[in-house]
Design a protein. Sequence first.
Length: 157
Amino acid sequence: MKAIVTGSFDPFTLGHLEIVKYALTKYDTVYVVALNNEEKSYMFSLEERKRIIELSVLGLNNVIVDAYTGLTADYMNERGITHIVRGVRNEQDRAYEICLANKMKEFNPKFETELVECSDEFKEISSTEARKKIENNQSLNHILHKNVIDKRKKCKK
């Protein structure tokens, strides 16, 4: 069975990685797909976000990393994916995700969304926080995967 974990992932954090690892315990193949929302402005390009995800999931089996500019429902239909795994950090996230799950059901009644509560360790981590720390040249430990931090350090040299 296949599942998808989607988001703008600007950038992909350890909290996102926790959701992917959870999905791998329940599904044979997990697609991790960076999406573009035309209403948002991004720190990283779609290809850069895809590369950050690739670095973060290095060593995990049965993960397919991709980037997509269309509708999630179309992506899922094209690949025969029926399960969506989404992380929630708080009640605001939960309300948003329930609304999104209902919309996905309208696209395809076979779509099932599973909401996963983030562990306490990752409840305060967000891509917004990561971007602020990047802009202010602050430590990204405990926010981004070590492979991503190491790559950033190499690129700065």
